[in-house]
Structures are given as C-alpha cells and as structure tokens.
Design a protein around this ligand. Structure first.
Ligand code: NDP
Length: 255
C-alpha cells in the first residue's frame, strides 16, 4: 500500500520554498523519498532551508530564480539539464498577497500579483513540461490555488483573479498534457498560519472571523497540506487530472 505514495527516484522542484507552505511541501516530499530542488527569489534564506533538509538526511539542492522572469527560469532549467537533474514533480507554490480596495489599486501592483501568482505557473510549467514530454517519462504538476479560486473576498482582487485563473490553467494543462502521462492538479489551501498571513493573524477581528466562519474553528498548519501534496505527486493519483483539492477545514463547505 505505501508503495503507492513512494516517491523514491523522483525529483521534485518546489517554487517559493525557502519558507512557509513551500518548505512544508518540500519536506513532505523528501520524507516520501523524493530528491528536492528548493527554489526562491532570495539566496540566503534558500541556502538555510536546503541545509535544514540536508541535515535531516534528505537529498536537496537550491536554485535561485524569480518565477516571473522567463529568461531566469529557462537558464535554471538548462543548468539542471547540464547536471543531469530532471524534474518529475513540479509544485508551483511561489505567490504573493497584496491588499487594497480595487478603486485605489495601482496597475503596477495588479500586474505584479498576477505575474507572481498566475503567469509564473505557466512559465515554470512550460519549462518543466517540455522536458517531461521529451523524456517520455510522465510527470506531476501541482499548482497552488486558494479559497479565492472559488470565492471572492474584498481587497484582494488581483490575488482572486490570479487564483481563479490557476483553477482553469490547471484544467488547460490537464487537457493538453494528460496524453503525455503528465497529471496536473491544484491544491487550494484555506487560512494557514504562515508569514504571508502575519498581519491577519495579529488582527483580532480577522482572527476571530477566520475561526467563526470555519467549521473547524481554527487556522490550518502548514504540515496539514503535506498529505495532499504527496498524494498528488504519487502513483496513487495517476487517474486524477485537472482537479483542485481544497484543504480548508471545511470553510467552503459552509459558504
Ligand atoms: P509565504 O509568503 O510564507 O512564502 C512564499 C515564498 O515565495 C517566500 O519565500 C517568497 O520569497 C517566495 N516568492 C515570492 N515571490 C517570488 C518570486 N517571484 N520568485 C520566487 N519566489 C518567490 O507564503 P505561503 O507559504 O503562505 O504561501 C505559499 C503559496 O500558498 C502561495 O501561492 C499562496 O498564495 C498560497 N496560499 C497560502 C495560503 C495561506 O493561508 N498561507 C492560503 C491559500 C493559498 P520572499 O519572502 O523573499 O518574497
């Protein structure tokens, strides 16, 4: 049974994984047997996170690039090619949040949120899928959505547009790449305790709204996302394609 979830021999690239949910996915996939390539935009934090995995006996490397930079992505994948490292599993996790009422929102910040949360998934997946198809060995792509892939909230319009886009980008990837034995699915995390939410966690009104609007009456923890990431990376999900799995404690169920 456990062989279904065994990732031994697989290599996984997780974007934006120096901390937060990305690091949790990376550590979970490493524990399931995968070699890990951590990515982030900053060198220092990334190096520390690679060290943490290596110290636990896992095989891990770090590759610094900005997921919105097409040329940097191509250069990073070419560098991996040269080293004989092939990505079997990709988690498009890097993302940013920006809160402002839409009537005050600047185009520059709209664009940055769309680029980092949506266009990045297209760019990194394109680089990975091209190589997966050429190798003829299948693959797994996991895009990271959000509750806003399904339900809008005020002050996060570009984030909501991007995460809604992630849902249909996931379907598009499934539609084009299933024939190459590449399964593309998405995870939609609920409200999770990470640095991205520091200001919201400290806001007593928001914190009590999160707890009262969720049947689980609490925030989620990063490690509670790991099982779904391992499942969608493994043989166990080989006939699941184009889906988004919400890991939200039941928040959407009672909306
Ligand atoms: P964090 O802000 O804690 O971590 C995100 C990481 O991505 C940071 O290390 C950040 O680096 C990195 N990053 C940002 N921009 C880029 C870029 N252009 N290129 C490469 N790396 C980048 O976020 P979370 O862990 O909370 O969130 C991870 C994902 O999960 C995001 O896609 C988010 O939208 C999604 N999500 C999170 C939820 C939550 O409640 N936490 C809920 C729903 C979805 P740096 O710090 O240097 O900017």
């Amino acid at each position: 049974m456990s062989a279904l979830f065994d990732l031994t021999g697989k290599t996984a690239l997780v974007t934006g994984s120096a901390r937060g949910l990305g690091f949790a996915y990376a550590e979970g996939l490493a524990a399931a047997g995968a070699q890990i390539i951590l990515n982030d935009i900053r060198d220092t934090l990334l190096a520390e996170s690679v060290e943490k995995l290596v110290a636990k006996g896992y095989k891990a490397h770090g590759v610094t690039f900005d997921v919105t930079d097409e040329q940097a992505i191509e250069a990073a994948f070419s560098h991996l090619d040269e080293q004989g490292i092939h990505v079997d599993i990709l988690i498009n996790n890097a993302g940013i949040q920006y809160r402002k009422p839409m009537v005050e929102l600047e185009l520059e910040n709209w664009q940055k949120v769309i680029d980092t949360n949506l266009t990045s998934a297209f760019l990194v997946s394109r680089a990975a899928a091209k190589r997966m198809i050429a190798r003829n060995n299948g693959g797994k792509i996991i895009n990271i959505g959000s509750l806003t892939s399904q339900a809008a909230r005020p002050t996060v319009a570009p984030y909501t547009a991007a995460k809604g886009g992630i849902k249909m980008l996931t379907c598009s990837m499934a539609a084009e790449w299933a024939q190459f034995n590449i399964q593309t699915n998405a995870i939609g995390p609920g409200y999770i305790l990470t640095d991205m939410n520091t200001a919201l966690i400290e806001d007593k009104q928001f914190d009590s709204w999160v707890k009262s609007s969720n049947p689980s009456q609490r925030w989620g923890h990063p490690e509670e996302l790991i099982g779904t990431a391992v499942f969608l990376s493994s043989k166990a999900s080989d006939y699941i394609n184009g889906q988004i799995i919400y890991v939200d404690g039941g928040w959407l169920a009672v909306l």
